[in-house]
Design a protein around this ligand. Sequence first.
Ligand SMILES: Cc1cc2nc3c(=O)[nH]c(=O)nc-3n(C[C@H](O)[C@H](O)[C@H](O)COP(=O)(O)OP(=O)(O)OC[C@H]3O[C@@H](n4cnc5c(N)ncnc54)[C@H](O)[C@@H]3O)c2cc1C
Length: 396
Amino acid sequence: MLEPGGALAELRVGVRHWCEAHVPPGWRHQQRGADHAELVEFLRWWGGELRCSGLFAPHWPREWGGGFSVEEQVVIAEELARGDVPRNALFHVAVFNVAPTLFHNATREQRDRFLPGIRDGEVWCQGYSEPDAGSDLASLQTRAVRDGDRYIVNGQKVWTSWAREADWCMLLVRTDPSEAKHQGISCLVVDMHSPGIAVRPIQQAWGPADFNEVFFDNVVIPVENRLGPEHGGWGVAQGTLAAERAISILEMTERLRHHGIEGAIREAVAWRLERGEVALDDPAVRELLAECWAEVHVVRNVLNQMIDDIILGVDVSGSSSVIKVLYSELLHRMMLRITDLRGVAGQIDAGVLACAGWETGFWMNDFIHSFGWLIGGGTNEIQRNVIGERMLGLPR
Ligand SMILES: Cc1cc2nc3c(=O)[nH]c(=O)nc-3n(C[C@H](O)[C@H](O)[C@H](O)COP(=O)(O)OP(=O)(O)OC[C@H]3O[C@@H](n4cnc5c(N)ncnc54)[C@H](O)[C@@H]3O)c2cc1C
């Protein structure tokens, strides 16, 4: 079990050894062609490995099994990326979205009730988006009517990642339709096994169906499951912390460096070299490799700046939009270039894939999947609005 508080160099060696001992060799290859159930089983197993190591949620407070400093979290992220660990995708919402919300908006009783479950492997989903409320989230219409010590919920959510597997959902509902749209919203914790919930998977273009439509038909939720004040859910929804987002993006950027550029592109070049189609002294290939290398380093340097600011206590909420745009567009460009490099044969070398994003090695699928990063977590157009208004002071 890795602990916070020691020397950074020792932590680095500890995480590196842990990765060598625990990451299953060839896991990427084994996941190719896995169906949804197999992927979920693999991710549950992997989440369990992380939980036993102290690396499941290093950013949580120490009393909940975390307590690693920002510098330590950076070392952990770098070593997990270098060690080519599978992403902790099934538990990402619980660890990075729900837990910070609980730390900042829940009562002590709520934290004691929900956090141990996350530590024991319960899956959470986030019920925010609706068919007519995505970028304009405050337009959401799912209705919760108060009836004594409970709410009765009716409505529909969409694009809810991992809702089929989820034990709990952090749900935004309208509790007062007479108020202006940013008011009158509340945040409820819903037991996904409650009567009246129906989950319908949405098949994605690259194969798997890890997001869903979720329907609520007179679902009963106890008032004690509300996070934050009644009608104060908009403030709660804004609570996901930019600092934690920065470090999770740092890990993904490092993965692109180690396994994207130095692994994937070389593999793609080798694949075409075998066929005598392209040579490493081809100026176009060299330019492509150099561009990718430079772009990853640009993103990493912006991240370094942001992490310095976090350590100094500077507000990084605007920078987190910059990083989201930079990372997702870098990923998308790299997947496009690799797909292009592999040529037409590479583009039809696809199968039904379970693993998310550039992790699969089926570049065409990874290219298709990379579009999702431009949209999820707030589209890049919306992030640019945020940058323009909040960082540059441009008029709305
Ligand atoms: C991989 C993935 C996982 C997701 N997981 C979840 C989840 O677990 N839970 C959840 O609740 N949601 C989830 N989402 C949904 C995601 O949050 C929404 O798709 C996103 O907020 C955009 O909303 P929308 O799809 O309704 O698009 P819309 O809001 O309808 O936007 C359509 C287009 O118009 C543009 N646009 C809209 N308004 C503006 C504006 N004011 N200025 C400029 N351009 C604008 C958008 O950028 C976009 O290009 C996920 C999405 C993806 C891709």
